[in-house]
Design a protein around this ligand. Structure first.
Ligand code: XIL
Length: 314
């Protein structure tokens, strides 16, 4: 029988999973991670706190462990993430920086990290979560100090450091058409008009049964294809209020199938990544108390109805 990755490949897409370094001691987990998926994303290992824990001191241990695993298993790497407001090292958030200093810090971080992984990764989430729900710029360290130009700068520096990597902007709550996804539409349009290197928009896909399915997902992916950029579902999970029951798991399965079909229906939707594959290692219970059961494999690494639904959709 074919794996999710093999089924996706028949459509010219990848099917990937996020993973994290602590999980690398779990042999049963790694067996499925290495066989079922054709792309891997480090859930934390390439974030700023992990890669530049002291100013100018770089640590590739965690990222390398995951990249080496992916290479051994002939998997793509979706690298994540260079510019974000979260999971920054203390030296960066507690320091006071002039715009000139912060620009130099950002350029050095991007250049050093992207060069390190040059030719080893398929794509980079260059800028993560840049907008608020209403489509205004999120007032992060980057925006507040550097202004909106930090996005184009980051993309240009990343492109210079690895001209072959596909460069993405990535966010949550942009599955459907609305003010936040409109902000990305306008951003990409303006970046393209100015010849800034931008290859794709990453739709995270952290969905929750209690908030309803984003019915305009396919139309949204399609309008980005019209701007001549790729799209990808980059962090898919579908959580529910616990306890799970057969009805919720059935609805979840339908949603997983619908997201899969939406991506396959749009030519430039290049692949789907789930935010880890098993409930054993999902980030959801830790971040959304009382919610969980968000992934296609249960805590015992057994496939759930969602797994079969994805297979049937592929
Ligand atoms: C999450 C990780 O999965 C957790 O382990 C970590 O504690 C917090 O970050 N959007 C993103 C991801 O872009 O980087 C986040 O990952 C989940 C939300």
């Amino acid at each position: 029988v074919k794996t999710l990755g093999e089924l996706a490949r028949q459509h010219g897409r990848y099917f990937g999973s996020a993973t994290d370094n602590p999980e690398f001691s779990d042999a049963a987990y790694l067996k499925i991670l290495g066989s079922e998926f054709t792309s891997i994303t480090p859930g934390n290992g390439m974030k700023w706190y992990a890669t530049e824990p002291q100013q100018g001191v770089f640590d590739w241990t965690n990222g390398d462990q995951i990249v080496n695993f992916a290479r051994r298993h002939h998997q793509l790497v979706r690298a994540h993430t260079l510019v974000w407001h979260s999971q920054l090292p203390d030296w960066l958030t507690t320091g006071t920086w002039t715009a000139e200093q912060l620009r130099a810090i950002l350029k050095k971080h991007i250049t050093t990290e992207v060069r390190h992984y040059r030719r080893k990764v398929y794509s980079w989430d260059v800028v993560n979560e840049a907008f608020n729900e209403d489509g205004t710029y999120r007032e992060t360290l980057w925006y507040n100090t550097l202004g909106p130009g930090y996005i184009a700068d980051a993309l240009r520096w990343a492109h210079e450091a690895d001209p072959h990597a596909k460069l993405y902007v990535n966010d949550y709550n942009i599955e459907g058409i609305g003010p936040k996804s409109d902000a990305y539409y306008d951003l990409v349009k303006s970046l393209k008009a100015r010849h800034v290197p931008i290859d794709g928009v990453g739709v995270q896909g952290h969905l929750a049964l209690q908030y309803g399915y984003p019915a305009t997902l396919e139309a949204n992916l399609r309008r980005f294809a019209g701007l001549r950029v790729d799209t990808a579902i980059t962090e898919l999970d579908i959580r529910m209020l616990l306890p799970a029951d057969a009805g919720k798991l059935a609805t979840q399965a339908t949603w997983y199938a619908d997201v899969t079909k939406a991506c396959l229906a749009v030519r430039r939707c290049v692949g789907i990544t789930i935010w880890d594959y098993t409930d054993k290692y999902s980030w959801i219970p830790g971040f959304f108390p009382g919610e969980g059961a968000a992934l296609p494999y249960d805590e015992n690494l057994q496939p759930k109805p969602a797994y079969d639904a994805i297979r049937d959709a592929l």
